[in-house]
Write a new protein. Structure first.
Length: 134
């Protein structure tokens, strides 16, 4: 994935030609970062959700998409992106490595419930019950 620039990454993702093994947590964060750069938060959320659902239908069984995790990830990336001086994803993730290494604990600052196993959170966005995203 690192050998691909942002446009190549998005093209491969959107066309479904990205190797599914490369679509790990870091790739999810990169997807949000690129879409935020191109479209702003509202459209980045819509494109990320639609894209991940499509990717899961192409390469999975169509059950892996999680609405709250996806939207929360875009909102978290947006929060840190506004504080960032980075012009590349690699620079951004170096500034804020917690997005890559401690994402679950970041979400724990916003959610008191276990959103990963919550059935409603899987199918629709559940607002944080502890700390709202800004």
């Amino acid at each position: 994935m690192n050998a691909m620039d942002d446009s190549e990454f998005i093209q491969a993702f959107e066309s479904g030609t990205l190797n599914p093994q490369l679509f790990d947590h870091e790739a999810h964060i990169k997807l949000a970062w690129v879409y935020l750069n191109r479209y702003g938060e509202k459209e980045a959320i819509a494109k990320t959700c639609e894209g991940i659902r499509n990717f899961d239908r192409l390469h999975g069984d169509g059950t892996k998409y999680h609405a709250t995790l996806t939207i929360a990830a875009v909102k978290a990336v947006h929060h840190f992106k506004r504080k960032s001086k980075a012009t590349t994803f690699e620079g951004f993730i170096k500034e804020f490595p917690r997005l890559k290494t401690s994402f679950k604990s970041l979400l724990g600052q916003h959610y008191g419930i276990d959103i990963i196993s919550d059935k409603k959170a899987k199918t629709e966005f559940v607002e944080p019950d502890l700390l709202p995203f800004d």
